[in-house]
Design a protein. Structure first.
Length: 326
């Protein structure tokens, strides 16, 4: 398999493993609101990013123009604050499995939205991979709706699913916008782009603190707040700094339609962590769903490899023909 594609898939899988923990946090910190969870995570992310960037911040401020900072601000709002607040509400209202399965449809949305991209494989070639992803998500959906969160009122659960759909659109927009932004700035490493995004997200989260204070919420003890900030800091390091850096490397190494498929790993790991949290093994249906999700990634990678080989073959034939004419 092409080394660049293997490198991209490895980083996509690592990002998914790190991002999968975000679906556990709202269940662990059940007493906190989605806004508190989002702002807590991204205040910690912003603080750590600022410390790590401090020695090079002046250099970036000289190299970056207004368009770059506005792009970072847009990505911070859509892909971080808005996305995670929607995910947190969805997990608390509709359950972790149901939320992760809806967000797991990101590859389908991205594939449909990027059909005109130059490196995108034709839809007919991607169809088997997308069908496997949809089948896997559908199986998880059937399992989740039949077993999870049955005590939650139907209206609240529906609102949670609508928020999960909003998170799906939010993350799809972020994934496409982030890939294009990275392509425009090849001089910035994936890790530095992640830290710059964290810096911008932290600034915006800081400005949103009055909103968090104005919204109603439960009162918590000093010990509970300590657990809250420790958890938020851990998620900031693992999911935001390390996970985003892995995702940025994957975005650079893979075409958009294939990098979008990597979101399947987030769904997969979110399910595995949920099984560990619930102290149970996956059911037969869930095992089949996991196989379908993994098969979708493999089929998508093979479709892109076939396109690369075909393009290389045409180039080689063209060179040989030109040589014969000479």
């Amino acid at each position: 398999m092409n080394r660049s594609i293997l490198w991209g898939i490895a980083n996509g899988a690592a990002a998914g493993a790190l991002w999968g923990i975000i679906f556990l946090v709202p269940a662990v910190l059940q007493g906190y609101t989605p806004v508190q969870l989002a702002l807590g995570r991204y205040l910690a992310y912003g603080a750590i990013s600022t410390v790590l960037l401090l020695p090079r911040l002046k250099r970036f401020s000289l190299r970056f123009g207004l368009r770059d900072w506005l792009t970072l601000a847009w990505l911070s709002v859509v892909g971080n604050l808005m996305y995670y607040a929607l995910v947190a509400f969805a997990v608390q209202s509709a359950g972790g499995a149901a939320t992760s399965l809806v967000v797991g449809l990101v590859p389908v949305v991205i594939a449909m939205a990027t059909l005109s991209e130059p490196d995108t494989v034709a839809l007919r070639r991607l169809a088997p991979a997308l069908a496997m992803s949809v089948a896997g998500v559908g199986l998880i959906a059937w399992q989740a709706f039949s077993t999870e969160a049955t005590s939650i009122p139907r209206g609240m659960r529906l609102l949670g699913l609508l928020c999960a759909a909003g998170a799906l659109l939010s993350w799809s927009a972020y994934s496409i916008g982030n890939s294009r932004a990275l392509a425009r700035r090849p001089d910035v490493t994936g890790h530095d782009w992640s830290l710059l995004t964290g810096l911008m997200t932290g600034v915006i989260a800081l400005a949103c603190i009055p909103l968090m204070l104005a919204l109603p919420g439960a009162t918590h003890t000093a010990g509970s707040w300590s657990v809250f900030w420790l958890t938020c800091t851990g998620v900031a390091v693992l999911a935001s700094i390390l996970g985003n850096a892995c995702w940025n490397r994957a975005s650079r190494a893979l075409p958009l339609s294939l990098s979008g498929q990597m979101i399947v790993f987030e769904t997969l790991f979110a399910l595995l962590y949920a099984f560990a949290w619930q102290r149970r093994w996956p059911t037969g249906t869930e095992c089949v769903a996991i196989v379908c999700l993994l098969a979708g990634v493999v089929l998508c990678a093979r479709a892109h490899l076939a396109k690369k080989r075909g393009a290389a073959g045409l180039k080689k034939s063209g060179s040989a023909l030109a040589h014969e004419r000479d």
